[in-house]
Ligand binder design. Structure first.
Ligand code: GLA
Length: 404
């Protein structure tokens, strides 16, 4: 072999090895779905450092942090211009102290901080995207102390999604600071098929809107209420698991739906092992909203280490029953009433059978008995007896079953 050829092979081999060394995500993150808060649903582009600081304060004082919420995420519009060397800077008017100072503040509260960027040239709100600056941006985020990156899909035209998201994953890994990577390409390119080793979660749909069963038209795009987003999860549960979750979008709890709708929305997202990212103003939320978001039993169901997303077990028209297998042979059962009026419902366990191909459970309820407790009130019972309940309009009842 000539010297030139050897050199060439060496370069190719080291490029390949180099690529391999960084072709991974931080695999110790999001072993259970991430819990946090994000600015977008309430504030849109009206973000500034004081508001974010106050939100971190409120995360602590409201008990959200104690309940397990961790991330304070700044969505779109924190960006200023790139400097002459191409490094991104925060918008000086709204973030005069800079992102490092903000991250220090959030960390001092015992919380983590997230930031937002986009795989294209510009973000959805027209700020600088990361295309062509991935490594530079990843280094910058790491140097600021960022813990979470939500990476959007606007202005991407002909870009290949797998390579765009893999490039940012590699850049974050190379930068060396463990950063949770939240893929936000709205399910357009079926991320469940390719993103398991790329990100820690992937959005499965377009944007959420605070309504029960609507499609909200914005002209060139639509956003969706609770039921349409739920229904778009059909067939996706097998792709979720520890470190890689189906993301049903940030929550709208406290943003205008009824209390029953909010409770149903939160419970469904928890059952589906979706990341639970609050999207309301934590500083001014009502007691009812706080009670929903900090329900420890519902959060425990979402955070169960088995990491199995709920399946739709029974589809009885407006009433549907979802089941989430939990550790130690326990189960969460959610009764959903999609209807506009409250509905009485009876389930005679003894006549039912449940099989789950993912957790490999097969239960004959006439043979195996469970105790149950209602996690939104104090009711208790056993599957030895018929279960009768009233499910509120646009509401849920959730039971936790423990083997007898
Ligand atoms: C997209 C995302 C939203 C939000 C906005 C910001 O629409 O899906 O979650 O991040 O961009 O511009």
């Amino acid at each position: 072999m000539t010297k030139k050829l050897l050199l060439c092979c060496g370069v190719i081999a080291s490029l390949l090895l180099g690529a391999q060394a960084h072709a991974q995500k931080f695999d110790q993150l999001a072993k259970t779905p991430q819990l946090g808060w994000n600015s977008w649903n309430t504030f849109g582009c009206n973000v500034d450092e004081n508001m974010i600081r106050e939100m971190a304060d409120a995360m602590v004082t409201t008990g959200m942090k104690d309940a397990g919420y961790q991330y304070i995420n700044v969505d779109d519009c924190w960006h200023g211009e790139r400097d002459k060397n191409g490094f991104i800077q925060a918008d000086k008017k709204h973030f005069p102290s800079g992102m490092k100072a903000l991250a220090d503040y959030v960390h001092a509260k015992g919380l983590k901080i997230g930031i937002y960027s986009d795989a294209g040239n510009t973000t959805c709100a027209g700020r600088p995207g990361s295309r062509g600056h991935e490594y530079q941006d990843a280094i910058t985020y790491a140097s600021w102390g960022i813990d979470y990156v939500k990476y959007d899909w606007c202005d991407t035209k002909d870009i290949n999604p797998v390579s765009a998201y893999s490039t940012m994953r590699d850049a974050l890994h190379k930068a060396g600071r463990p950063i949770l990577f939240s893929i936000c390409e709205w399910g357009d390119n079926k991320p469940w098929d390719w993103a398991k080793d790329v990100g820690h979660s992937w959005r499965t749909t377009g944007d959420i809107y605070p309504c029960w069963n609507c499609e909200h038209n914005h002209g060139s795009w639509s956003s969706w209420g609770v039921l349409p987003i739920l229904d778009k999860q059909a067939g996706l549960r097998k792709f979720a698991g520890p470190g890689h979750w189906n993301d049903m979008d940030m929550m709208e709890v406290g943003n205008g739906m009824t209390e029953d709708e909010d409770r149903a929305h939160f419970s469904l997202w928890a059952m589906m092992a979706s990341p639970l990212i609050a999207g309301n103003d934590l500083r001014s939320m009502s007691e009812a909203t706080k009670k929903i978001l900090t329900n420890k039993d519902m959060l425990a169901i979402n955070q169960d280490k088995l990491g199995v997303q709920a399946m739709k077990w029974i589809d009885d028209g407006d009433i549907e029953i979802y089941v989430k297998p939990l550790e130690k042979g326990e189960f969460a059962f959610l009764f959903l009433n999609r209807d506009d009026v409250a509905r009485d419902y009876t389930l005679d366990w003894a006549f039912h059978y449940m099989k789950d191909d993912i957790s490999k459970h097969e239960i004959f309820f006439d043979q195996k008995k469970f105790n149950w407790r209602d996690i939104w009130n104090t009711a208790k019972g056993s599957t030895a007896e018929k279960y009768t309940t009233k499910i509120p309009a646009h509401g849920v009842v959730v039971l936790r079953l423990t083997p007898q």
